[in-house]
Design a protein around this ligand. Sequence first.
Ligand code: ZN
Length: 512
Amino acid sequence: METGIYVRVSTEEQAQEGFSVRAQEQKLKDFARIKDWSIYKIYIDEGISGKNLERPAMQELIADINNGAVQNVLVFKIDRLTRSTADLIYLVDLFNERDCAFNSLMESIDTQTASGRMFLKIIGIFAEFERENIIERTKVGIERKVREGYSICGTPSYGYDRPKNQKIQTINEEEAEVVRSVFDMYVNQGMPITGIARQLNVLKIPTKKANTWESTGIKRLLSNCNYVGNVRHHLHDKEKKYSVEGLHEQIISQEIFDSAQRLLAKNRKISPKKKPRPENYFSGFLECALCGYKMRTHNSYKLRKDGTVSMKGNYICPRKTLKACTAVGMSHKKVEQAFSDYMLQIDDLDSVEDVEVEAQQKRENLSLIKAYEEKLRQLDAKERDAMSRYVNDEMAFDSYREIKKMVDKEKERIYAEMERLRAEDDSPAIDKSDLVRGFRENWDSLSSEQRRQFLLQFVDKILVKNEVEDGEPFGKVTIVDAVFRLVYADPSESAAKAVISRFPEPEAAASN
Ligand SMILES: [Zn+2]
């Protein structure tokens, strides 16, 4: 049966999940395939409302029904066809006159039966009713709920619970205490956002979803007006978003909240400038061996007698200023020396173990990929099975949709995981001993910029400490540990060169 698939989305609907042209088109094509219909054409009206039939693709479809090219019309939902009862009656008459069948996926309608035709009429009336009333009422209802101070989101914010069948969220005292201390750390103690996240993780305080904290989560928390008793709507739409006074209790005083907002705005302005100077190429890599915090870069400038300015780079533990750590600051020069010493004393032997571990990892990746491929096949079979059960009336559309949704989600996860595994397998073959050898042979001749490139590519973090003897002002800097981004094992000699060829050649006369 020559089938015309008709798809329509209005501009507002395009944003809704599962309603896009692609989503509708795919489902309809699946359906036609299961039914063994040949698809004559897919008619698409995008960004057009269904209030009348003056739509290009609709007019084309009507013409093709009239000239007999299309003997069967398939739509996702009846309101795709039209939202007007008068137009629906016109179309149903046309279908009858031209002996054209009509199918709607959502409503399971087949106009080849009398009850199908009857149903069509009723559905058409409902479709119009729905447009004018139900949708409006739902939108207005949500809006009103927010304006009345109810929070409408599924999961309440950290610090609150919403007991089942309760409309208003209640304070979760344990979490509320954490919220208060986060605001305190940020506003009163001047801690950086990453530091706060780390602090919570160190204290083993989980997020609402039992995860560890990240700085984005802390930022969201600090800017959440739920804590001063307000509720928000259209959070991600700059123009539409607003907040009103909620019905729930507040956790944070307006004063502290406002201070936090001022600080957040200020820090937003500062951060883009934070690009490290090449002279401080260890910026971002050093961690305090005493407390585990990221070392901060601090430059001091001096005016020379000849009028030029000299710069001295230093690294300091940020918790030192909070009196939470006793680490002593260190100069860039000393860290440089300590890093060279560290790289020279690394025993090549411990990389042999790495090689075996990495090879083993590669084999595991391969069998994981195989397992995922099998899982994908099973999911496809599951989807096909559900589709045919739905088509044969053994399953409701909602159940089919649930299964399809679950399958799609699972497939997406598997594809992402496979991509990651494949990327790992494609990584260049460099092991730790190659890296160390490459370093020893080339480090001294590299410019600051190239050294930074080296760190960015191969080093995750460097744990550093500064031991000061009594009475001495500066002390001795040592690298306690360095974590490398490794890099896949292939015990070939050429790999060592790959290490160096991956960043630019030393510039002839410049730098250093
Ligand atoms: Zn420290």
